[in-house]
Design a protein around this ligand. Structure first.
Ligand SMILES: [Zn+2]
Length: 173
């Protein structure tokens, strides 16, 4: 069964043939972050795909993964490309290195999960929060409920983690 929803006035759709993303978002709807773990080489992968990017095996098992990590890179968006996001600028898109499997299968690799920066309750972060974030900031996953069958994994500052004294930010201010 496909997923149809509306996010900030924007239609979101996952086709019924996209079994991997349907399974991924079925877990997310329960606020349960799971990734496919290859049955042959044992590595996790993101985003969801039909085959293992490391060994090409089609066999995998959905596995719970801790939603914690560190900002690998970010984009601070001031000019919304979608009208629905205009009221929320500046907003942040984060690329986060998960702690799980960081440095595997080679030292420069990690599971890098994309999401917006949000408040702890999953709303897009206000400008004062956006300014605190940079490369190296510790974050934890939260879910934004969009519809009954659809919740988006997002990122918020991990209040329990030791933070860098000054996370690295692009020189723009
Ligand atoms: Zn594999």
């Amino acid at each position: 069964m496909s997923i149809q929803a509306n996010y900030l006035g924007m239609p979101l759709s996952i086709d019924e043939l996209d079994q991997e993303n349907l399974a991924y978002f079925a877990h997310c709807a329960r606020h349960d972050f799971q990734l496919q773990k290859c049955d042959d080489c044992g590595l996790l992968r993101y985003p969801p795909t039909t085959g293992c990017p490391w060994c090409a095996s089609p066999r995998a098992t959905w596995t719970p993964v801790e939603g914690r990590g560190e900002v690998h890179s970010y984009v601070e968006v001031h000019h919304a490309i979608q009208p629905a996001f205009k009221a929320h600028t500046p907003y942040m898109v984060l690329l986060v290195d998960l702690d799980t499997q960081k440095g595997q299968p080679s030292e420069t690799e990690a599971l890098r999960v994309v999401g917006n920066l949000t408040t702890p309750d999953g709303a897009l972060a206000p400008p004062d929060l956006v300014r605190q974030i940079g490369i190296g900031t510790r974050v934890r996953m939260v879910f934004s409920d969009v519809a009954d069958a659809l919740s988006l994994p997002q990122w918020t500052i991990d209040g329990a983690a030791l933070q860098p004294t000054r996370p690295w930010r692009y020189p723009q201010e």
